[in-house]
Design a protein around this ligand. Structure first.
Ligand code: CU
Length: 256
């Protein structure tokens, strides 16, 4: 019968076509993986990762997710470890009142209202140990809230450590908090160039032992008279207010 022959012919074509699809599927992703996917994911050949085989593994390389619970007066967990180059998705969850989580060197200032949460994503492109602190005054132990982000060497550790030394035009400014207030009401810097701010405080300066600079993500705490520092770049000319978490100490950073 003619229709029977046509049916067999169609089946043969279909088998050939499926074979062709399977052949390209087996070859194309391997080729793509060897050219466009970062080295860290390369060993998981053909898109097969710890969670199985599929597109997800290729789409989100090195994403590290953390949920940090803040409660008076601690963070849990208080240490976050990643590798240089990792994408970090950080969620702050409040278990009681409003809290913040600020990492000065990364310009991160995450806020969570009472019982609420908030998420931020950034790339861990600087190696080292970066302290974080609560940026919303939450009561007597507010300044004790702390933790650290540890960014490990990754593949290019030696080069990364040399980088800060060759940074051009680093401006160093100092600020001190006495019990009566910050020693300077105005700090002058140049916009678009990195600033290293060295901050210290009298142990009796109360709220002034914390220094927050709006819009550049600086949040420093000097609890017992020690000097702490942050490096940041004012993105554009303008006035950046600085203050303690209760707004009792104030001043302004003028970038021109
Ligand atoms: Cu707090």
């Amino acid at each position: 019968m003619d229709s029977k022959k046509m049916f067999i012919g169609a089946c043969a074509l279909a088998v050939l076509f499926i074979g062709f699809l399977a052949f390209s599927a087996m070859n194309r992703p391997v080729f793509a993986a060897s050219t466009s996917v970062p080295a860290a994911i390369a060993p998981a050949t053909a898109g097969c990762g710890p969670q199985g085989c599929g597109g997800m593994a290729l789409g989100s390389p090195n994403l590290k997710e953390f949920v940090v619970v803040a409660k008076r007066f601690s963070f849990e967990p208080a240490t976050l470890s990643v590798q240089k180059g990792d994408r970090v998705r950080l969620t702050l969850k409040s278990a009681d009142v409003a809290h913040g989580l600020a990492i000065s060197e990364y310009g991160v200032d995450l806020r969570a209202g009472a019982g609420g949460q908030n998420t931020v994503e950034f790339t861990a492109d600087k190696e080292g140990t970066f302290n974080f602190a609560c940026s919303v005054y939450c009561g007597g132990g507010h300044l004790e809230m702390g933790g650290k982000l540890v960014v490990g060497g990754g593949a290019s550790a030696p080069a990364a450590q040399a980088a800060p030394a060759v940074q051009p035009q680093l401006q160093v400014v100092k600020l001190y908090a006495a019990p009566s207030g910050y020693d300077q009401n105005t700090l002058q810097v140049r916009a678009g160039q990195p600033v290293r701010l060295e901050f210290s405080a009298d142990p009796n300066a109360g709220c002034g032992r914390q220094l927050i600079i709006d819009n550049v993500g600086v949040n420093l705490i000097s609890r017992n008279g020690e000097t702490v520092s942050a490096t940041f770049t004012p993105p554009s000319p303008g006035v950046y207010r600085y203050h303690c978490s209760m707004n009792m100490f104030r001043g302004q950073l003028v970038a021109s």
